[in-house]
Design a protein around this ligand. Structure first.
Ligand code: PLP
Length: 389
């Protein structure tokens, strides 16, 4: 067993060796530009991109023509939120209304802020204490001028899986488009844009054992066809929705990551949730004052987010150099004020600043989990013993 032990799978995942192998030729002899239509270098690259497009589409029940490749989910979220609201503006809807949640990723929340500054009305719903959306609140928030609802599939900090199908049904009933940031769920739990009633969906390769810097946005083409205003001007790639030369090796990697997930998702899920439950059981058995954030019922298999009474999260992390875990999310690890997600679900005071997020995944072993649990127990006890009375 090597330390540090990586338990931060929500921040990023290791690249699966099968993904890496598939990508390598596209950094070497198969370097063609997928948009070069006049020679075999271009055709090969294009063929590889189209195969990847079919694989990404297959894992979400979409058709290949509905996949727009991007530089990652931050771009996908921006394109979905600003693109749909922007297209509504262009279609003469004035200043449309947008609805999202306080526990969303910053890529969605900051896009909402930009829309607000541009004169749009934005409603930010607060999740319930268990992290789930209040569906009645959503229903009430949808107004005649609402054009888009954006709610994530699974939360990157507390792992809460939202009732996406119900959200999709409400949006469908009210004739409002539904964007879902599915970065943490895609490839981990079954996602289907038809059954779930999703109109736009963001995914990212590096959260599902693919490379960093590549992702996709699903954009529904029929029933109804969704209009998205491009956010980047250029060569008109990706049906005009996202100009820019395609990242061929990255896209190939995303495609293989989807293909592997399709085959191994169920097995991974069972194994990883078993390990997570073992970690939780041991922490709770050996320590008092453990508070798990979010619900255990609708939760990602690899997620455990908890606070330890009378222990500062930062001090705990400093005491655990052999574990790669995070306090809150990677995006929040630069700022003070505590996690916006924990605040949104009403976590306060010392609980807010003592949270640790454990993220387990495909390559986590039982031995690693047992070692990690033992070290956390030790360090929490030490810190509590050293506290001034
Ligand atoms: C990581 C993450 C993103 C951002 O994805 P990038 O590809 O890193 O830009 C967006 N949403 C969620 C839920 C995430 O976990």
């Amino acid at each position: 067993m090597h330390t540090p032990i990586y338990l931060d799978y929500h921040a990023t995942t290791p690249v699966d060796p099968r993904v890496l192998d598939a990508m390598l030729p596209y950094f070497g002899p198969q370097f063609g530009n997928a948009a070069s239509g006049t020679h075999s270098f271009g055709w090969q690259a294009e063929g590889a991109v189209e195969l990847a497009r079919r694989r990404v589409a297959a894992l979400m029940g979409a058709s290949a023509g509905e996949i727009v490749f991007t530089s990652g989910a931050t771009e996908s979220d921006n394109l979905a939120v600003k693109g749909v609201v922007g297209a509504a503006c262009e279609a003469g809807h004035g200043a449309p209304h947008f609805i999202t949640m306080a526990s969303e990723h910053k890529a969605v929340l900051d896009s909402a802020h930009t829309l607000e500054k541009a004169g749009c009305r934005v409603t930010v719903l607060r999740p319930r204490a268990d992290g789930l959306i209040d569906l009645d609140q959503l229903r009430e928030a949808i107004a005649a001028d609402t054009v888009l609802v954006s709610v994530m599939y699974a939360n990157n900090e507390i792992g809460t899986i939202q009732p996406v199908r119900e959200i999709g049904a409400i949006c469908r009933e009210k004739n409002v488009r539904f964007h879902c940031d599915a970065v943490q769920a895609f490839g981990k739990v079954p996602v289907n844009v038809e059954a779930d009633g999703i109109d736009l969906m963001s995914v990212s390769a590096h959260k599902m054992y693919g490379p960093k810097g590549v992702g996709a946005l699903y954009v529904r083409r029929k029933n109804p066809r969704v209009a998205v205003a491009a956010q980047m001007d250029g060569g008109g790639h990706e049906s005009g929705m996202r100009s820019g030369t395609l990242n061929v090796p990255g896209i190939v990697g995303l495609g293989v990551a989807c293909e592997v997930a399709a085959r191994e998702m169920a097995e991974d899920h069972a194994r990883v949730s078993g390990l997570r439950d073992r970690l939780k059981a041991r922490l709770e058995a050996e320590l008092d004052g453990v508070r798990v954030h979010g619900t255990m019922e609708h939760r990602l298999a690899g997620n455990l987010n908890c606070s330890f009474a009378d222990v500062e999260g930062d001090a705990l992390l400093v005491g655990l150099p052999e574990l790669a875990v995070s306090a809150g999310s990677a995006c929040n690890s630069h700022g003070g004020g505590g996690s916006h997600v924990l605040r949104a679900i009403g976590v306060e005071g010392e609980w807010l600043h003592s949270s640790v997020r454990f993220g387990l995944g495909r390559f986590t072993t039982g031995e690693e989990v047992d070692y990690a649990a033992g070290r956390v127990v030790e360090v929490v006890r030490q810190l509590r013993a050293a506290r001034p009375v």
